[in-house]
Structure formats: structure tokens, C-alpha cells
Design a protein around this ligand. Structure first.
Ligand SMILES: NC(=O)c1ccc[n+]([C@@H]2O[C@H](COP(=O)([O-])OP(=O)(O)OC[C@H]3O[C@@H](n4cnc5c(N)ncnc54)[C@H](O)[C@@H]3O)[C@@H](O)[C@H]2O)c1
Ligand SMILES: O=C(O)C(=O)C[C@@H](O)[C@H](O)[C@H](O)COP(=O)(O)O
Ligand SMILES: [Zn+2]
Length: 368
């Protein structure tokens, strides 16, 4: 088992990574404060893994809420049953919420923890690759609004993150590939060596080789933990973690939450950011090709959905937490391993990028 730390002073917490961490539940148990715990999961993950978590919590007063499954249900309304259960069972401020599932469950359960009695402890037990490499770390919690992605939320750090890599065995291929989009992101924004490592090991990753997977998860969590420790509330460099997200969130909102997975939208959004950077002369043709080739090998799409016009894209991209004074600020790569947040780009180049990315038919995707 590996252990990392998110260094946030008195709110620091461990990230445990390894197989069998739910079977031997002491890491989950160690994150619990108080004598009451609410396991928040969904109708898919609950039947698979909740009993193991509940065994780890034996001796405590334990409740479970299963949310409906899917990005379409990441709404304020769906949190009502969580708050109702907490109140009906007399859960106090010392109670702990355990988020068991992918990023949707993690964001929602974390937000419930941020709100209930103005803040109770919570533990992240991520079960998708995307949640293990990204969403369970860093304390961004929240829900979607029909007009904008993650627009209602709070920063609320977990007490611990317990990553049982065995849970990935039940994840389907499409969900697995979605997680790889956020892994590739870390290479593009800040780590050329990691990007090269991914080029070498993408075959092993898509085969779910345990050693390669553990390395990818650890390096992703290390990268995220370092950025969060330096800039918890996104005053500066944390925004780099948003590579591809201004485009990607526009796709998710524009075509309806859940039609595309978050990771798929981020993959295409990152390629759009790379293409714009190429048009600006910041990235070479070869670098764009490398990012696209890795994305294809991960099993991810490379073109935006055909039904989003340039005008609609731009309208949706303005609904972004990085926007300032109505200006769209974008994370753009300046090399593989380096990126910047900027509003200083030629709007014609953005327009051309948007046109190119939905004018072409979707490319076929191959694995390897
Ligand atoms: N807070 C953050 O920093 C952050 C970072 C990245 C993404 N996100 C958010 O995360 C969400 C996407 O997360 P996601 O990709 O994990 O999607 P998800 O939570 O919808 O999970 C994907 C699917 O996999 C199922 N599933 C989960 N674990 C499983 C397992 N072990 N075996 C079988 N099925 C399993 C889920 O029920 C769901 O159907 C988005 O809402 C995105 O905005 C948040
Ligand atoms: O942790 C962060 O910071 C991120 O930006 C990680 C992203 O992968 C994630 O999708 C996040 O939820 C996006 O944040 P938002 O502030 O743009 O909603
Ligand atoms: Zn993301």
C-alpha cells in the first residue's frame, strides 16, 4: 500500500492507495470521527461495495443512502434524501459522511458534508478511475445546475481518501477510459516525463495492469495534492487542473448531462485547447499529434459532438468559474508539460478551433 499526504496544515489528510483496502477496512475506519456514519453511494456501487465499507464501520451507528446513478442526478434536489436521513436519524455535528462511488457521488456527498449543520467530516472512498486520480482529492464539492456545470458547491476537504484499486475490476471500459483523460491532463499541464511514461505504458494501462495502474494513480494524486496544497481555493495555479474543462463543461451542459461522460468531454476539450495553442504558435504540430495519439490510444473521443454550434459553444463557455468580466479565460498548453491560464488569445483562433472541432466527423477510436 502507498500513502501520500495532502498538506493543508491542520486540515491535512492522507491518501491511501492499494488493493484490498475495503476488505481490510482499517483505513476507512481510521478516517471516521464520532460514533455516527452515513454511507452515501448510488444504486450501482452500493450493491457492489457498501457492505464491505459497513463492515469496517461495525460498532458505529451506520446508515446508507443510495442515490440514483448518473450525472443527470447530480442536482440540489437529489440531496434532499441525504439531509432528511441525517435529520431523521438524529445525526449530530460529529457524524462522518462516507462517499462511496465515482465523482458524482463524491461531489454530492462532499457537498452534503459541507452543508449539513454547516459542515461535518467526510471520507472519500472513490471507486472509478476518474475519482481515484482526481475528484476524491482536493475538496471541490458540489452539484450541477441546468445552466452550468458544478455551479453550486463548496470547498470542503475530506478527512481521508481511501483508494482500493480492486474496485476498478468492475468498471466498464468506457468509464475506465474517461478516467484516463484526467490522467493525461496531469502530463500535459505539468509533467513531460509523466506524459512520456504514459506514452510508453498506455497499452499496459488499458489492459489494467496492476503495477502500471498503481503508478498512474499515485503520480496523478501526487500532482493534484501538490497543486491543492499550494493553492487550495484556486486563486492561481489550481486553475491549471481545468485544462479542457471550459470546452468540456460546455459540451456536458450543451448536450445534456450524462450523454457524454465528464472524462470524454475533458479529453475533447483538452484537444481543443491544444489545437487553439497550435494556432497561436504555442504548441507544435508534433506536440498536438502526440496528445491526440495518446487520447486515441486511451479509447477516448477526439471530436466535439456535431450538434453544438460555434455560437452555442461560446455562450456556454462564458458560464465558467474562471471567467472574469465576461471574458473567457482558458487553460492553454505552451508545451507538453506546461500550461497557462489566459484570456490573451486571438478570438478568431478560438472561433476557427470551435469550427474545426465540430465540422469533422468523429474519428474512429482504437485501443493499444
Ligand atoms: N471534485 C473534483 O475535483 C472533480 C474532479 C473531476 C471530476 N469531477 C466530477 O466527477 C464526475 C465524474 O465522475 P466519474 O467519471 O467517476 O463518473 P460517475 O460518478 O458517474 O461514475 C461513473 C459510472 O461508474 C459507476 N461506478 C462507479 N464505480 C464503479 C465500480 N467500481 N464498478 C462499476 N461501476 C462503477 C457509477 O455508478 C457510474 O455509473 C463529474 O460530475 C465531474 O464533474 C469532480
Ligand atoms: O480540482 C480541481 O481544481 C479541478 O479543476 C479538477 C477537475 O478535473 C474537476 O472536473 C473539477 O470539478 C472542475 O472544477 P470547476 O471548478 O471547473 O467546476
Ligand atoms: Zn475534471
Amino acid at each position: 500500500m502507498e500513502q501520500l499526504e495532502v498538506d493543508l496544515g491542520e486540515r491535512s489528510y492522507p491518501i491511501h492507495i492499494g488493493p484490498g483496502l475495503l476488505e481490510h477496512g482499517e483505513r476507512v475506519r481510521a478516517g471516521i470521527r464520532g460514533h455516527q456514519a452515513l454511507v452515501v453511494t448510488n444504486t450501482t456501487v452500493g450493491p457492489l461495495y457498501a457492505e464491505r465499507v459497513e463492515q469496517a464501520l461495525a460498532g458505529l451507528e451506520v446508515e446508507r443512502v443510495e442515490l440514483p446513478d448518473g450525472e443527470a442526478y447530480k442536482t440540489l434536489d437529489q440531496l434532499d434524501p441525504v439531509f432528511t436521513r441525517l435529520l431523521e436519524r438524529g445525526f449530530e455535528r460529529g457524524a462522518t459522511i462516507v462517499a462511496l462511488g465515482g465523482g458524482v457521488v463524491g461531489d454530492m456527498a462532499g457537498f452534503a458534508a459541507a452543508c449539513y449543520q454547516r459542515g461535518v467530516p467526510f471520507v472519500q472512498v472513490p471507486t472509478t478511475l476518474l475519482a481515484q486520480v482526481d475528484s476524491s482529492v482536493g475538496g471541490k464539492t458540489g452539484v450541477n445546475h441546468r445552466l452550468g456545470k458544478n455551479m453550486i458547491g463548496a470547498f470542503h476537504q475530506p478527512r481521508a481518501v481511501v483508494i482500493d484499486t480492486d474496485t476498478l475490476a468492475t468498471l466498464d471500459e468506457r468509464q475506465f477510459a474517461a478516467g484516463l483523460a484526467e490522467v493525461i491532463k496531469y502530463g500535459v499541464i505539468g509533467d513531460a516525463d509523466f506524459f512520456a511514461w504514459l506514452e510508453e505504458h498506455m497499452g499496459a494501462l488499458t489492459e489494467r495492469d496492476p503495477a502500471a495502474l498503481t503508478t498512474a494513480i499515485r503520480r496523478s494524486c501526487e500532482a493534484k495534492a501538490a497543486i491543492v496544497a499550494a493553492d487550495e481555493r484556486e486563486g492561481g495555479q489550481r486553475a491549471l487542473l481545468n485544462l479542457g474543462h471550459t470546452f468540456g463543461h460546455a459540451i456536458e451542459t450543451g448536450i445534456g448531462y450524462g450523454r457524454w461522460l465528464h472524462g470524454e468531454a475533458v479529453a475533447v476539450g483538452s484537444l481543443m485547447a491544444a489545437e487553439l495553442a497550435r494556432r497561436l504558435g504555442w504548441l507544435s504540430d508534433e506536440e498536438v499529434h502526440r496528445i491526440e495519439a495518446l487520447t486515441v490510444r486511451a479509447g477516448l473521443p477526439t471530436r466535439a459532438p456535431a450538434d453544438l454550434s460555434r455560437a452555442r459553444f461560446l455562450e456556454l463557455m462564458r458560464v465558467d468559474k474562471k471567467a472574469r468580466g465576461g471574458e473567457i479565460r482558458l487553460v492553454l498548453p505552451t508545451a507538453i508539460g506546461n500550461a497557462t491560464v489566459t484570456a490573451d488569445y486571438d478570438p478568431e483562433a478560438l472561433a476557427a478551433t470551435l469550427d474545426e472541432h465540430h465540422a469533422l466527423p468523429a474519428r474512429s477510436v482504437s485501443r493499444g
